[in-house]
Structure formats: C-alpha cells, structure tokens
Design a protein around this ligand. Structure first.
Ligand code: SF4
Ligand code: SF4
Length: 503
C-alpha cells in the first residue's frame, strides 16, 4: 500500500562541506543516510529520519541540518497536522500508535505558572557560597514525637526510628528498567548515584548481578510482572518500591518485546530468552488497600523490617484518597508520577490523555495527608517531567520530600527526546538492548555527566533557597508561602494551596 504520509523531517546536507566520510551512515540506526557510488554523493531517506541529531553532532564538518518538513495540510484548528497524520498512519497500519518519552502537549505545565519568593529588606537572604546550606534529605516515616533521655550526661534518643533513606540531594534517578534501557545506562546511573550520595531505581526489570555492589544506592522495584524479583534482589537494595502505576500509561501494563529479551535480560528478568515480557495492568494479588498492606508487609518481612517499602502510583483523579490508603497500608514513601512521566513505550493516546499533572496531584495529596494527621508517616517523591532545579524547588515547596528524574537524566547522557524509544534502535545507545548500539553509552562519561547535572542543580537549589532566606531543605518542604501563581484560576490556586502573585 502506498503511504500517504509525508516525512516529518527533511535532511539537508551541504555538499560543499561533506567529505564523504560516511560517519552519518554508520551513526544512523534508522538507515536514513546512504552512499550513492555512481555520483559519489551521500543521500538521505527523509522518511526514515526521527530528528535524533546523532548525525548532526557527529558529522565532522557540520554539513548536516535537520529541518521540520514545512509542507502542511490546509490549516485547521480542529483537524490538526498531528490528528490527520495519526489517522493516516492507523489507516495504513491498523494498529495502536506507539510512542516513547512523556506527554508533549503544552497545557499541563503548572510549574511555569508558579513563581518563587525572595527575601527583601525584612528577612535577610543567605549566600550559599559563604554559609552552610543543607540539602540532605531523609526519606521514610517520622515519629509523632521524639523521646530523649539523659544518660551519663549524654542525650540519648529513646524513640525507635523507622528505616530511613538518606540522600545528599533531594534528586533521585527514576525507575527505568533494564531492557527498556541498556546495561550501560543502568551502570552509569548506579555509579552516579553512589558518587553523589543519592539513589537510582531499577524499574521493573530486575537488577543485573554486576550492579549488586551498588545496592546501597539502589531502590529495587517490584511490579505486576514480578520480573527479576528474588530474595537476593529484595535484600540487595536500599529500599523497595511497589509499582502500581506509571504516569505515562496509567491503568495499563507494559510490554517488552521478545526481540529485546537477550540472554542477559532473560537472566535478570528470570524469563526465557526471546519471550515477550508482559506486565499485567493490575497486580493480580492487589484488589484493595488491604491487599496492598499484605504485599507491603510481605516485603518488609522478607527484608527483616530494615528497609523502607514504598508504593508508586500514577497521578489520577482520586490520588489523594488513594495516597491516604497507601500510607495507612504501611507505605514508608509514596511516589506520584504525573501525566508528563516518561516511558520506553506507550500508546500515544494513553500517554497524552490519561492522568493528571503532578503539581495538582502533589498539592492535593500533601494537603489530604496533613488534614488527616498522617503526613509524617510517609515521604512523598514526585516525578513526571521534572526539567530543572526550579521545578524541584517548587515541588518541595508544594509538599514533596524529593523528586525522581528520568527524562532529564537521559538527556544528560545524550537523549534528544526523539520519542522513538519503543523501536529499540535508540541512536544514542540508551533505550536499546542491541549490544552494538548500547556501546554508544560510555558508562564513565555518562556517570560524569549525571554527577555534573546533580551538582549543578543542587547548587541552583541552594541559590534559590538562599534567596528566600532558607538554609535547609526541611524549611522549604510544604512551605507554600514561598510560592505565588500567575495566570491561574481560583480553583487551580485553591488546589495548589497558593496565593495569586501580588497577594
Ligand atoms: S558525516 Fe557529514 S561529512 Fe561525513 S558523509 Fe555524512 S554529511 Fe558527509
Ligand atoms: S532515549 Fe533514545 S530513542 Fe528515546 S527519546 Fe531519547 S534519543 Fe530518542
């Protein structure tokens, strides 16, 4: 069948600059470039280009420019280019349109409508370059009160504390499963987490034994497919996270195609080589908060009650009530993943239309837990499109204890958000299990880039806190008086629990 779909991108090559080195041919995993020996020229198949920028970056003479195809259907606000193209694609394929990464629609980013405060005259700001600033964060339930006693002149803590996770910055690496990303990516994340004093999350694909030595800096995930879950796995991590839902695809399961299940992936996931790894939409043993309670305590029992056990859900309409149940079920930390959360593969229609923005979910969950007097019984980690240090400061002021970053971490390694992760041919060697392509991620360089990112954002967080006259992340948490809204309705301001700018 002849395709009616026009290429989305056009490759332009400056023939004066091109030296026929064929680097672009070798770098492109989508077969976009080819050599024409008859004319001694490099040509392109525009229809294959995904705008990943791999060739642009590696062309030694900077001969390549990728342009968006400007040929458009007749302008129509309702029947947009995206809608028309999607219908044509489905008329040709008869299938669900898959995509990777997070929702790219413009109408969900509340961070950009929230502004931060700064001290002026009446309360002095703090210079983070001269004075100590505390970003160290403890994740886990806090007691209602502390009991102290004097013993031989020393103050001794009598209250038995619940297991805590200690991170040097409130930034953790989000769940990205081995299989969805390459081993080198997992290795780089683990190394960076260990070096900076934070945590990475395995995602639902288990943990390769070569990474067990980084266990103190790893949260191991237990998801509906139970891939890679063993007693060793549970005990090697610093904490356990039960994954109920994911922001990019709330309510549906996952699917790692058999061709991505290599020998190493099969060993880690504990499934046969070449078989599809299907994660059911629900956990087949969880149909109520009581069932969740049983799983949480089964995992605590399996790990001698020395590790925090958390629960991750996608941010949906009744997140606050669900979160309350999760805390009462014994979740030491809860993870809320917003509508902009990323994925290796999801139906586009789900990614772009299901779930709610993380800002609203976070504010309502934090508020609900406070109203019920159980906010101290858990920590809140939020994720789903955190783009920079300002988003993090706003998230913490809205009530989060810490954030997970996934997309941003991958961008630091090389990802250009081409959204083609589901093809398994990630040109940057990230979302792939192909041994040849995976080599494009050098774990040493990738870990260094990740540490640099954590360092840069931590410095910026300190700068913003200092500007507010705050020297400890504890004093920022839930401090909504430091936030003001612009361009928001009264209802939005009410849910966010913040005032309008100028008030
Ligand atoms: S990488 Fe650049 S210089 Fe080399 S063949 Fe491709 S366009 Fe030409
Ligand atoms: S991980 Fe790779 S395939 Fe996925 S968006 Fe980034 S560059 Fe594209």
């Amino acid at each position: 069948m002849k395709s009616y779909i026009e290429p989305e991108f056009i490759v332009e090559r400056d023939d004066q600059k091109c030296i026929r080195c064929k680097v672009c041919i070798n770098q492109c995993t989508y077969d976009t470039h080819y050599y024409d020996p008859e004319d001694d020229v490099i040509r392109s198949r525009d229809e294959n280009c995904v705008n990943c920028h791999r060739c642009v970056v590696f062309c030694p003479t900077k001969a390549i420019t990728i342009k968006r195809n400007t040929t458009r259907y007749t302008e129509n606000w309702h029947w947009t280019q995206e809608v028309i193209t999607a219908i044509k694609k489905q008329a040709e394929s008869g299938g669900v349109i898959l995509t990777g990464m997070g929702c790219d629609k413009p109408h969900y980013t509340y961070w950009d409508k929230i502004l931060l405060n700064a001290s002026q005259v009446t309360n002095p700001s703090i210079d983070p370059l001269r004075e100590p600033m505390e970003l160290r964060t403890f994740l886990g339930p806090k007691p209602d009160k502390l009991e102290l006693e004097l013993e031989n002149g020393d103050v001794v803590l009598k209250t038995k504390l619940s297991p805590q996770l200690c991170v040097e910055t409130p930034i953790l690496f989000a769940a990205m499963s081995y299989g969805a990303v390459s081993f080198n990516v997992h290795l780089a994340l683990a190394r960076a987490a260990a070096q900076f004093g934070t945590l990475m999350n395995t995602g639902e694909g288990g943990l390769d034994k070569r990474l067990y030595k980084y266990g103190d800096h790893i949260i191991v995930q237990v998801a509906s497919g139970r891939f890679g879950v063993s007693l060793d796995y549970l005990n090697v991590g610093a904490a356990i996270e039960i994954k109920i839902g994911q922001g990019a695809k709330p309510g549906i399961g996952g699917h790692l195609p058999g061709e991505k299940v290599t020998v190493e992936i099969s060993r880690t996931r504990m499934i046969p080589v070449g078989t599809d790894a299907l994660s059911p939409a629900p956990h087949h043993d969880i149909y109520s908060i009581e069932d969740l309670h049983q799983l949480i305590y089964a995992l605590k029992e399996a790990t001698d009650y020395i590790k925090p056990v958390g629960v991750k859900i996608a941010a949906v309409h009744n997140s606050a009530a669900i979160a309350s149940g999760m805390v009462r079920a014994g979740a030491d930390f809860i993870v809320l993943d917003g509508v902009r959360g990323s994925t290796g593969a999801a139906p586009k229609v789900i990614r772009d239309n299901v779930g709610i923005p993380i800002e609203l979910a976070l504010a309502s969950v934090d508020q609900r837990l406070r109203e019920e007097g159980i906010r101290n019984k858990t920590s809140i980690i939020v994720s789903g499109g955190i783009r920079g240090s300002a988003d993090i400061v706003k998230a913490i002021a809205l009530g989060a204890d810490a954030v997970y970053i996934g997309t941003a971490a991958l961008v630091a390694i090389g990802c250009t958000l081409c959204q083609k992760c589901y093809t398994g041919k990630c040109p940057w060697g990230i979302a792939t299990t192909d041994p040849w392509i995976s080599k494009r991620v050098n774990p040493d360089i990738a870990a260094r880039r990740l540490v640099n990112l954590l360092q840069a954002w931590s410095l910026e967080i300190k700068e913003m806190m200092g500007g507010m006259g705050i020297n400890s992340i504890e004093s920022l948490r839930g401090n909504r008086s430091q936030l003001r809204g612009v361009g928001l309705t009264d209802t939005e301001l009410k849910i966010l629990g913040i005032k309008m700018a100028g008030e």
